[in-house]
Design a protein around this ligand. Structure first.
Ligand SMILES: [Zn+2]
Length: 152
C-alpha cells in the first residue's frame, strides 16, 4: 500500500498539532514525500528487496487469497501484508492516532479496516497459512524486519 495524499495530510496535521516535527529528520521527510510521488522507497518495495536478499521466492499481490496479500511465499506457506500504521490502526503507534476532526467517521473507517484485517488473518490461518503483518513504522529499522523474515 502506498502512502496516500490523505494519509500524509493526516500525519502532517497530527504532527503539527503535537509539535512532532522533530521526530522526522530531513531525510525522513523527503522519504515520505518521495513515497507520495511513488518513488522506489515505498514500504512494499523495501520488503520486496528484503525478500530478494533472503533469496525467498515470492509472488506479489495474490488476488486468489483472502485480503490479497502483498507477498506470498509458497515454500514457507507464508503470506505477508505490509500495513500502513494509520489505515490499519497499529496499536500504540504515534502514526496511528486518529484525527480529532470528523472523529466518528475515522473511527468507523479505521476500526472497520482493523476488523477486516482480523477476519482475513483468521481465514488465512484456517487455510494453513502463516500470516505476517509488517507495520510500516517497523521499516525504519529494516535490519530487524530482515531478521524476522529470515526465520521463514
Ligand atoms: Zn506503526
Amino acid at each position: 500500500m502506498m502512502f496516500t495524499r490523505a494519509e500524509y495530510d493526516c500525519l502532517r496535521k497530527s504532527q503539527d498539532k503535537r509539535r512532532m516535527a522533530d521526530i522526522y529528520t530531513k531525510a525522513k521527510r523527503s522519504e515520505i514525500m518521495a513515497r507520495i510521488k511513488g518513488s522506489k522507497t515505498s514500504p512494499e518495495k523495501m520488503v520486496a528487496s528484503i525478500l530478494r536478499k533472503l533469496k525467498l521466492k515470492f509472488r506479489s499481490n495474490d488476488k486468489s487469497l483472502p485480503g490479497q496479500p502483498d507477498f506470498v511465499i509458497p515454500l514457507a506457506k507464508s503470506v505477508i501484508f505490509v500495513n500502513g500504521c494509520f489505515w490499519h490502526n497499529h496499536s500504540n503507534c504515534n502514526r496511528a492516532k486518529l484525527p480529532s476532526t470528523n472523529r466518528a467517521f475515522w473511527e468507523r473507517k479505521i476500526l472497520g479496516n482493523k476488523r477486516r484485517d482480523n477476519r482475513i488473518n483468521r481465514f488465512l490461518r484456517e487455510m494453513g497459512w502463516h500470516v505476517i503483518r509488517i507495520w510500516q513504522c517497523k521499516l525504519r529499522e529494516p535490519e530487524k524486519v530482515f531478521r524476522r523474515l529470515k526465520k521463514l
